[in-house]
Write a protein that binds this ligand. Sequence first.
Ligand code: GLC
Length: 541
Amino acid sequence: QGEDVLAGLSHISVNTAARNVNLYPFPSKAPNHVSEDPEEKLDSDAEYTQIQPYAGMPKEVLLLHSSKARYRVTREILFWLMVACTLALVALTVTVIALSPRCMNWWQVSPVYQVYLRSFSDSDGDGVGDLKGIQKQLDHFQYLNIKSVWVGPFYRSPMRDSGYDVEDFRAIDPLFGTMNDFEELLAKMHSVGLKLIMDFIPNHTSDRHRWFNLSRATDPHYKDYYVWSDCDGSSPRPNNWVSVFGRSAWTYDEVRGQCYLHQFLKEQPELNFRNPHVRKEMTDIIHFWLAKGVDGFRMGAVKHLLEAAHLRDEPQVDPNKAPVSWDLYHDYTISQLGLHDLLRDWRAEMEAYSREPGKYRFMVTESYDYEEVDKTMMYYGTSLVKESDFPFNFYLLDLPQNTSGLWVQHLVQLWMDNMPKGQWANWLVGNHDKPRIASSAGQTYIRVINMLLLTLPGTPTTYYGEEIGMENVNSASRDPQRSPMQWSGDMNAGFNNKTNVTWLPVHPDYRSINVEVQNSFNAVQLWRNILIELCGYKYTH
Ligand code: GLC
């Protein structure tokens, strides 16, 4: 390369004596002079090689010098040094990122507190808790260092299943307040850093819902919104399917002259998710509430969303015993093919609202198939397709059966060993459908169980009143664990102080077990302390 340059430069003349180098690639004698003399050419080459490099030197001369070993080798050494440094820097960055604690989302850094709306706090003295009542008690969450609150159903409802029978998915039941109250509560919660999770109840509606009325009247658009089948109004029903609450899952409707399916109460007809219009309706409802600003959904009873279209009998557990309630293998009514596609579609709709910083919309699914752990874990989705942030972990509900350490370890490992890699665990020890832990395991265990709940890896969900060890009340219905929150030793335990009415009796122990008494010591203090400690440790590790 040096020789080529030299050849190319043969016409350049340089006055070495004066170190006066012509900066132009032309001879200094005459602009167009080309030396014909070979001797003269050799001389000028030799002169070039003696010139020391300096700034402003013509490119060709520089190239000539830069090809010399001392510059070339130095250059190569510096080049490879730079490559090595860049690689080391990249490796270091990747290692630091890999070893650093992951950025936690809001639903990972605080327990979820479940408010059973009817029983939490009654602002208007009608004996039933309401939205304004929650707003009054926001300090309690702040005190406990809780950031996420799941508020039970407040849709307009005839209340045959405590609001889980929805008459209008876009309206607030007057018992709980108005849409204005809801918006105010949400805004207030957001302003103090609290997130609101609400129930989404896609499996069924109330039999008072407009869609059902139109469906039983065989309106062309609505006639397939529910699952209908021919039957003659008396036995036999279309098949042997039974509802979760017992008895046949079919009820004859006189208006339509057919039977409709209900996996829960007969007042809760099953929606037909094989109908695209039904899917669209439910997606629109998700949008409605997300646009209002709710932070997430607890999706209830999701394993019941689809039933086999063939409507064949389910196999009996004991062929000689007529099926009531759980005496069937629910091969055709639970966890049917297509269920996860529905949930993943809803998840995708939610993702569109999750993009702004701090606006992540959370999804948790309720499905009691914990004897088949693989089925539960499917609700996490896959590494490519997102579903729930977590499915509720109900394993610790079995805690009262046996409070030995080995049993606890077994229940904990059941989840941890089966949870897909990279997913987030969660724990609960009670909810509105299960007896209170203080009643089933005993008061002695309440503190240690709360401690366990709060210290296991993952998000704990706690049911209102568990922080103070509230117990079941006597009630023949499904309600023993739903009694009014015990705020103080005052009238009606501070649940309301306007009248003597409460929709369920207050537990007689409210004078000793209430928030006011326990705020200064005992269980609530324990909660607060653990949570404050944990914020500094568990949630960052
Ligand atoms: C959900 C609720 C339960 C209700 C059921 C049927 O699972 O937790 O209370 O009865 O849905 O609506």
